[in-house]
Design a protein around this ligand. Structure first.
Ligand code: 5GP
Ligand code: MN
Length: 316
């Protein structure tokens, strides 16, 4: 197994990043690695770069050390990218990647294109957090590393229920529980708890959802003016696509929100038949077989038309 230690030889400075609009697995794996390296290798200088993170993740140790801008120029001995399938996904931190002496990608996306000098990629795993745990020395994993990795696994496995959940996932989760983490609160407070406006926007998205292809597909959209009306950010839309997906009879759920006029972030989910990573990749995005995403341009009508054409090829 590729242990993280093997990549640290001769390294004094380490930069870490994840993907844009970081989710639970991205934040969990990045902070898990940051906490592991700073605790066990105090001689290293470690910097973690991410875009802004939701308040519910702030309890994780050293979340206050995350650098939310890329103003400073740095040349790292080693730059590590977690949970990202391609370089476009890491946003502005690509400037550190380009200048780094060594680069390492740790990822679990089937669409990963091996963009780093060294790539540890396993698309069978539930999460980047699960993969990262396998690269660590178990004895050096403390409660704070465990909290971050457990959170990452919980989020990307949908609380241990998606098809990416395996014996290995559960065994690692068990080991992380043994480190004394508050596993109940991690699940309740970061996965299930919704604020009042999050529930309102979820309700609205469900109310206005539309089914097609005999109920096998469902979609819903949140427009820019609704963001302003409810005073929400994209992080408040976590979980909407999952609620659409569990609609009885649905195979593919599409959730989209407007990021700029005529520009939409698309989330795709499927139950058992359709490989949505293929659909996302067709339009320049990526992800996993049952969960994928892409940015698309045009009217809602255009976007749904284009997506449904690709989905229908797989619906048989
Ligand atoms: P979500 O719908 O939750 O944003 O993303 C689902 C999965 O698809 C995640 O694993 C995420 O990394 C991937 N994904 C989402 N959006 C994009 C995108 O624009 N490009 C690529 N390559 N992957 C994406
Ligand atoms: Mn992930």
């Amino acid at each position: 197994m590729n242990k993280i230690e093997n990549y640290l030889e001769g390294v004094k400075t380490v930069g870490i990043t994840g993907h844009r609009r970081p989710d639970g697995d991205c934040i969990g794996s990045c902070l898990g690695l940051y906490n592991y390296l700073t605790k066990n290798y105090p001689e290293l200088s470690v910097s973690l770069y991410l875009e802004s993170i939701a308040d519910k993740f702030v309890f994780l140790k050293n979340s206050d050390k995350i650098i939310f801008n890329t103003e400073k120029d740095e040349e790292f001995d080693l730059f590590i990218v977690l949970d990202s399938s391609d370089l476009e996904r890491i946003g502005e931190t690509v400037k550190y990647f380009d200048k780094a002496k060594k680069t390492l990608c740790i990822d679990h996306h089937i669409s990963n294109n091996n963009f780093a000098m060294e790539n540890v990629v396993d698309a069978k795993l539930s999460s980047a957090s699960e993969l990262l745990y396998m690269m660590l020395d178990e004895d050096k994993v403390d409660k704070y590393v465990a909290e971050a990795l457990y959170l990452g696994i919980v989020h990307d496995s949908g609380v241990f229920k998606y098809s990416n959940t395996s014996y290995n996932t559960m065994a690692i989760a068990g080991k992380l529980m043994e480190k004394g983490i508050d596993f109940t609160s991690i699940i309740d407070d970061t996965f299930y708890t919704k604020t009042y406006v999050q529930n309102q926007i979820l309700g609205r998205a469900l109310l206005e959802s539309v089914v097609f292809y005999d109920g096998k597909c469902i979609f819903s959209v949140v427009k820019k003016d609704e963001f302003d009306f409810y005073n929400i950010t994209s992080a408040d839309l976590d979980g909407v696509v999952e609620q659409l997906r569990i609609t009885k009879g649905v195979e593919v759920a599409i959730f989209m929100y407007e990021t700029e006029p005529m520009e939409y972030k698309i989330s795709l989910r499927s139950k058992s038949e359709v490989d949505v990573s293929k659909v996302a990749e067709y339009f320049g995005g990526g992800g996993h077989i049952r969960a994928a995403g892409v940015m698309m341009h045009g009217t809602v009508y255009d976007v749904i038309n284009n997506l449904s054409e690709q989905i229908s090829l797989q619906l048989g």
